[in-house]
Design a protein around this ligand. Structure first.
Ligand code: C2E
Ligand code: CA
Ligand code: CA
Ligand code: CA
Length: 278
């Protein structure tokens, strides 16, 4: 029989296409990468809309892959969720973000808040509350200086997940609903959850100046936020015009490339403050 390398390969692994094999390889490398400390955090500043003062940062994870370079979370978070690795990533992020917050506090930024993103799958995980409590104690942080951003997904709508969020809120941590208005949004949901902040989905921000209904949607989220005593954050601000309109519409906190891109802590400069690294 004639040999053809390619065909032999597909004969032995008939169900696995090139893409699936690449994902498996990436998953294997991710497991190793977590152990080898290849994950890194970038911090994007958040500003008070009325005073322009920096209020802290959102921590965003990246993976410094040995061959592929710096990978964005979209390349590996979904994979980590499928493979059950997401809790380990989120725990690493929580610890690294808390350590950085401690360094900023020691440098005098005692009102700053650092936000981390926690996967909806992780919110159902029993270890989460204990881990948050440990991290706050380890770095001697007031709970209100830590924010946890969760996206509305089916995973955080059941009674078990809500009980977990209530425990987190009881610790004093600031809970924030990310991408508010997209996907599974429902108003009954925010009534049931112990939330302190709404982050308007970027899809409503990108065309907020275009004169369509997006400005009306932002205005109604602001009204809702005021009625429920929640802080309203506009993220994804990309120009001065959006910044002006969103503060005029009454958003409390502003975030976006126009105001500051996500950067390593060593490059994190807010209103001329020198960098402080953990
Ligand atoms: P997200 O939580 O909605 O984060 C905001 C994303 O928008 C970030 O992308 C940020 O870099 C980007 N962004 C910020 N300002 C602007 C802007 O003005 N214009 C545009 N076009 N984009 C802007 P990034 O860092 O690639 O993160 C993507 C998503 O990955 C995040 O969306 C979040 O859902 C997830 N993610 C990031 N870090 C973590 C993490 O530590 N744990 C978990 N579970 N998920 C994470
Ligand atoms: Ca977020
Ligand atoms: Ca978001
Ligand atoms: Ca998102």
């Amino acid at each position: 029989a004639k040999h053809n390398g390619r065909n032999d390969y597909s004969f032995f692994e008939p169900a696995m296409n090139v893409d699936a094999r690449a994902q498996l390889k990436l998953l294997h490398e991710l497991r190793l990468g977590i152990e080898r400390e290849e994950l890194v955090l970038h911090f994007q500043p958040k500003f008070c809309a009325s005073t322009g003062a920096p209020m802290g940062a959102e921590a965003l994870v990246r993976w410094q892959h040995p061959e592929l370079g710096l990978l964005a979370p979209d390349r590996f978070i979904g994979l980590a969720e499928q493979a059950g690795l997401i809790t380990r990533i989120d725990e690493w992020v929580l610890n690294a973000a808390a350590r950085q917050l401690q360094a900023w506090r020691a440098a005098g930024h005692t009102t700053w808040q650092v936000a981390v993103n926690i996967s909806g799958l992780h919110v159902r995980h029993h270890g989460l509350v204990g881990h948050v409590r440990d991290v706050l104690a380890r770095y001697d942080l007031p709970a209100q200086n830590l924010a946890i951003e969760i996206t509305e997904t089916m995973a955080v709508r059941d009674a078990e997940a809500i009980a977990m969020l209530e425990e987190l809120a009881a610790l004093g941590v600031c809970l924030s609903i990310d991408d508010f208005g997209s996907g599974y949004s429902s108003l009954s949901y925010i009534k049931r959850l112990p939330v302190r902040e709404l982050k308007i989905d970027r899809s409503f921000i990108s065309e907020v100046c275009a004169g369509g209904i997006d400005a009306a949607i932002v205005a109604s989220v602001v009204t809702l936020g005021r009625a429920l005593n929640l802080r309203v954050v506009a993220e994804g601000i990309e120009d001065a015009e959006q910044q002006a309109l969103l503060s005029e519409l009454g958003c409390d906190v502003l975030q976006g490339f126009w105001l500051g891109r996500p950067v390593p802590a060593s490059q994190f400069l807010a209103s001329g403050q020198p960098a402080v690294e953990a």
